[in-house]
Write a protein that binds this ligand. Structure first.
Ligand SMILES: Nc1nc2c([nH]c(=O)n2[C@H]2C[C@H](O)[C@@H](COP(=O)(O)OP(=O)(O)OP(=O)(O)O)O2)c(=O)[nH]1
Length: 144
């Protein structure tokens, strides 16, 4: 008989994402394209780490590709693991504190982008894996 309690045998997909935070502690949220998995849910921009890349290299690459922005200093935050029905992702956030909001290029991978206050996070429908990150940001000194 199959053991339904066994750990998933599929591999963990490593994903990096950007928490851009402005001086008012507003964060940049991006909406996934409709035709992608988790379509139209909101997330932190980023993507999968390619073979041979470090997490930080992957994030810098993704953010240039998706938003046309070159990132400055980044602080790596604790990763969260989330099990979706299509696989398990390990989501690695990096914080970028900005004095002025960067001007976004034309969106290459997203349906929309907006800056929102941390305490207004529930105005958006987030990808489930992101919720622990938002909770961590709200509790943390990072947003003080
Ligand atoms: N980028 C990003 N992906 C997230 C977040 N939260 C979350 O659950 N995910 C999931 C959605 C996807 O299953 C996976 C990332 O895939 P992606 O489609 O963004 O990655 P990618 O740009 O490398 O895409 P592709 O080349 O495979 O199309 O992680 C998040 O905050 N940012």
């Amino acid at each position: 008989m199959a053991n339904h309690h066994s750990a998933p045998t599929h591999k963990v997909i490593e994903v990096v994402c950007l928490v851009a935070m402005d001086q008012d502690n507003q964060i940049l949220a991006t909406q996934r394209a409709e035709d992608k998995p988790l379509g139209l849910l909101w997330e932190f921009p980023g993507g999968k780490i390619d073979t041979g890349e470090s997490a930080e290299e992957a994030l810098r690459r993704e953010i240039v590709e998706e938003l046309g922005i070159e990132l400055g200093a980044l602080t790596r935050l604790p990763a969260v693991t989330h099990v979706y029905d299509f696989g398990t992702i390990q989501l690695i956030p990096f914080l970028s504190k900005v004095n002025t909001r960067p001007l976004l290029g034309e969106l290459q991978a997203h349906a929309a982008a907006r800056w929102i206050a941390l305490d207004e996070w529930d105005q958006l429908q987030w990808a489930p894996a992101d919720l622990p990150i938002i909770e961590m940001l709200q509790k943390s000194e990072l947003s003080k």
